[in-house]
Ligand binder design. Sequence first.
Ligand code: UT7
Length: 386
Amino acid sequence: MTQAYAQIVGWGRYVPSRILTNHDLAQMVDTSDEWIRSRTGILERRMAGPKESSSTMGARAAMAALEVADLAPSRLDLIICATITPDYPLAATASLIQDAIGATHAGAFDLNAGCSSFVYAISVGAQYIASGAARNVLIVGADTISRILDWTDRATCVLFGDGAGAVVLRMSEHPTGVLHCVLGSDGSGAESLYIPAGGSRLPASAETIQAKQHFVKMDGHEVFRFAVTAMSQAATQAIAGAGLKPDDIDLFIPHQANVRIIQSAARALRLPMERVFVNVDRYGNTSSASVPLALCEAVEQGRLRQGDRLVMVGFGAGLTWAAAVVQWGVPASAARRPWWRTLVQKVWGQQAIVGSAIRRGRRRISAMRVPTVIPTDDDEEPSRKR
Ligand code: UT7
């Protein structure tokens, strides 16, 4: 059997239209544009509207990625949604996306590894393809961090933003695509970036809500220190694992949390900033969406050409870190979308909505038809009755 490689053949992104600037934030908490700009590099971020959530943004990014890949949703085998802000605590966001895009033959699950989730999901998706278990895998990174922030805590609320990005991985015989991945975790640092309540350890109660324990708590210094080391070490290991040197890397796509962290990691890797992609200034930290948003913009800006090698690196809550070395295998022309491809996507989108409505309707009708039977002793099969 020939070896199978996971090639990135589609990419797409979605960000909400509402922009929240540093000046807007200065009206809400005791902060300033100067402080946020100089300490983080962030100028503005996007905020989800009332009807938007991780699944709705993720589905928009997914449809855009499928359009570039020229792939029907029904041909997806697997959907992995990297998210730390699922629509519901129970019922995977990946399943909601699967329904919304009409991927009727795909398995679906969520993956939570903090802000490293997207790179973790790339690694998992690539393994499904390498093992032959899947041909077409959709990886979505979607987060609505604005819903889990304490908007009175200036130490955290200025850092984050909402958005989604997605890629389609396709099985290929060409030795390009995902070359090597490194995953890591150190749970002893879990409490330096976490949400204390709402899980099994401290279930939601009036007291936990009163104490604001459902919001992100972070030790910024601790996370900063960890991030610089984790990013550079994970990237170094992944590059070496792919049989390359840092000098062979054409583009470094780091998790967009803070431009100072990115610059320090690039220095440690001895990579000039021209080979580092940065868009934290316009989106802030979008958690699971940050790496795919950056990847999409890099492609749109012509920063990636066929044959280029890139390394995507994440770090975040857990604590976790992850890096993936990828050889870009598609020509720039793949991003050109002829009008008919957009039209076909629109039709698939409508089909998905109608298909979902029919399935929901059928489920309701069958629930009305089949009476709920609670078995009693009298229901025992006659043959088994004495
Ligand atoms: O996906 C992973 C997510 N997390 C991260 O990546 C976070 C990593 N950490 C960081 O990016 C940085 O530690 C921060 C940006 C969070 C903080 O930057 P810093 O340079 O480490 O600032 P600091 O925490 O040392 O705070 C310096 C001062 C403090 O005042 P005092 O004690 O010196 O008087 C803070 O109270 O800045 C104050 N401060 C603020 N001032 C204005 C903290 N937040 C703000 C704010 N506006 N938003």
